[in-house]
Design a binder for this molecule. Sequence first.
Ligand code: AMP
Ligand code: MG
Length: 420
Amino acid sequence: MAKKEYITVQEALTAVLDGVQVLPTEHVPLLEALGRVLAEPVTAHDNLPPFPNSSMDGYALRAADVAHATENVPTVLRVIGDIAAGAIMKTALKPGEAARIMTGAPMPSGADAVIPVEDTNEPWRGRERPLPTHINIHRPVKPNDNVRHIGEDIQAGQTVLQAGHALRPQEVGILASLGIHHVPVIRRPKVGVLATGDELIAVESPLTPGKIRNSNGYTQVAQVLALGGIPISLGIARDTENDVRDKLQAGLDANVDLFVSSAGVSLGAYDVVKAVLEHEGNVSFWRVRMRPGKPLAYGKYGGIPYLGLPGNPVSAMVSFERFARAAILKMAGHTKFDRPQITVTLQDDIESDGRESYIRAVVEKQGDAYIGTTTGGQGSHMMTSLVKANALLIVPENVKFIAAGEQVTAWMLDWPEKVF
Ligand code: AMP
Ligand code: MG
């Protein structure tokens, strides 16, 4: 891509996504597959259920035998067996016979339905109850009533999950029921996280004059973790090209798939990240018409995609949210990179400067509609407004003012239960 300086959010996003590829497949133990994306379709080798079984505690019988049963004139059947879950009854039911059966136990041959215990003269559950010799049936049942059929949920040979499917607990459960204990998934992206700045000290250190703690390093490691990536913390680089190079080398040694750094990409005298990229890698763009987050460098270092985020904590977090998130999700095999977006009614006026703006806000449900209220101080150093927010309201490019009462799009950061 030609070196561009000042591009739209959409152009920047396209360039970032073009620069990263879906990572290779690995086979992991089932529980490690949670949150990951399936790399290959999964085919069932077994039927589910694997055998016909009862969906009730009751009596397996032949429906034709009880066609005229009523509570006043019950049909009396001879009880020839007791089938617990996990057991098999070898004898087949003959006309006039029944077998007590528990939920999940295999249907005996000869039986075609189950009557629940509640509809007999033995309305008690459990195996402790002595097995009666005869049972009174109080109502008719239809063939197949309360029987779960073989392959009713999944048939052997069927493709159960497609490649690209993101695995949630319910998919883990299906895979477990099919005996699939190692799963082909896309590898987790490894992301090298670097903070840069002479003013930065480690969070463990007491504040000294002129210094601040490296919060970005933590925010970005947390963001990588929240997306299912593997963060590689590269620590703090001083504002010299040499130190930035040294710290990035540790990332190359760790085989990161993406670099994310903060600060050092604007026009200050000590903004060395951009210089390192220009001298030893390449820069595809370094400014985006976005607020917060105008200085944003994208390029490659040592052949690895590199996102140089702004230094201000809010700008860094929001531009990670918009760009690094998409890159990480794409590498991990996902195909949707945007957060859910809804239309909300704005509660207070917002101003912008014509750049696409992401305004920190609280979105709440009010009746059937959603309302969005900005969270106050929008300075790009003010973290508390992000802590209060559950959404970013998007002011489109070239719009400088939106009045309270108008509709805006909210980019939902999360859906807290206490609000929805
Ligand atoms: P810069 O992009 O280097 O001009 O930094 C912009 C602002 O972000 C400055 O106020 C920095 O002190 C601040 N900043 C830079 N890096 C960090 C960091 N890792 N944690 C917190 N604040 C930072
Ligand atoms: Mg700086």
